[in-house]
Design a protein around this ligand. Structure first.
Ligand code: FES
Length: 104
């Protein structure tokens, strides 16, 4: 898994949980939503707040600072005050281990 960052095993990221890992200078928040895994940049495009730890509504995460929401599947903004999407990243699973990376 050259260039990929290890997130952990499935048992360390259960449905409803998230985990933050770093790929270089990029914080990546990986979410387990009902068994499906999604990875996004953990930086709100409104004013740079951490998204991880914000309330999750279905497939959306709400920024704890001013309430912007983003779709974890695509990074798209679903509620202002943010207007720019966040980056979404690939997730790979192999032998029960989860990986992600900043592929920009
Ligand atoms: S920093 Fe996220 S909504 Fe303002």
């Amino acid at each position: 898994m050259n260039g990929w960052i290890k997130v952990g095993t499935r048992s360390e990221l259960l449905p409803g949980e998230f985990k933050v890992v770093w790929d270089g200078d990029t914080p990546i928040a990986v979410y387990n939503i009902d068994g499906a895994l999604y990875a996004v940049e953990d930086v709100c495009t409104h004013d740079g707040g951490d998204l991880a730890g914000g309330d999750v509504h279905g497939f959306e995460v709400e920024c704890p600072r001013h309430g912007a929401r983003f779709d974890l599947r695509t990074g798209a903004v679903t509620k202002p005050p943010a207007y720019e999407p966040i980056a979404s990243f690939p997730v790979h699973e192999e032998n029960d281990v989860i990986w992600t990376r900043d592929d920009r």
